[in-house]
Design a protein around this ligand. Sequence first.
Ligand code: SAM
Ligand code: SF4
Length: 323
Amino acid sequence: MKDKFGREIDYLRVSVTDKCNLRCIYCMDEKDNSFLKNDEKLTDDEIYRIVKESSKLGIKKVRITGGEPLVRPDLVNLVSKINSIPGIEEIYLTTNGILLADMIDELAVNGLKGVNISLDSLNEERFNKLTRLGKLNKVLEAIDKAIALGIKVKLNTVIVNDINKDEIIDFVNLTKEKEIDVRFIELMPIGIAINYKGATNEDVLKVISENYSDYEEVVRSKSGGPASYIKLKNAKGKIGFISAISNCFCEECNRIRLTPEGFLKQCLHFDYGIDLKSKLRTGITDEELRKLIYDNIYDKPEKHLFLEKSDHKELKFMNQIGG
Ligand code: SAM
Ligand code: SF4
């Protein structure tokens, strides 16, 4: 369906938990985190109902995210249920990759089409500093296993000045060696990230240009999402740039978000949404649920207000909203 600005909304991001097995420095506090209790989170059946009614309104693509989605018990079962919904054509996952190698076979069988793996360092010590808890070799194993299974892999990489800026070229070189796209994501000033300074995509491109002159721009497809891409000559994968700040992609935004506690959010940046969980738990019909989702999609704001003053700025951390 179209929203009131004529944008076709066909993509739902479902955050299935706020818990995580890592503590990335720009996403979560090291110790001081409070998590939702189990009964505060949507159940598998509730998520299924919301996705089913959304699919009737034109949602075709679902991305499962978190927190870390793979720490939710029985995620494979949820993916399988979503995969059974007529109209849902593609299911993707965004993960830190730590648990992925052990689950990817089952996820693939149950309809997973592609995976975005977040990875900010290829150096073990650095990786530990950025994630506070991670095991780099588990992530690298997951990347290779996904490629071997024919699952589309994209890496999401955030460059934080003073920490991993010297690894830009190492990440770029991965696209020469492996069938993966590497996407540089600008750090958004959300939650704890306001304490860090991220490299802009312009900074990243400058470093790439100083090292390579033989890259070409990749023409953007209309449904290609918010990234713009370049490709090194003879490389297997592309290099992408995602920037909510320096290059607002709101005009082409095609997505809505469901938080783990059941808020349907129109935009990452705003703190409001409709509380679908409490409606579901007071016995709403499918038609009523669909109407609520319809109204929320229709009313999606024109653009985010990251750089402007607003009373409705999202103050939660990324693991709570769903990245
Ligand atoms: N745990 C999963 C993961 O790390 O892929 C999924 C959730 S995580 C919040 C999703 C993505 O959001 C990660 O790629 C992470 O790097 C990114 N992220 C977290 N905080 C961010 C911020 N302030 N600005 C930009 N990206 C951020
Ligand atoms: Fe966890 Fe992902 Fe946030 Fe890192 S970015 S702390 S992996 S939710």
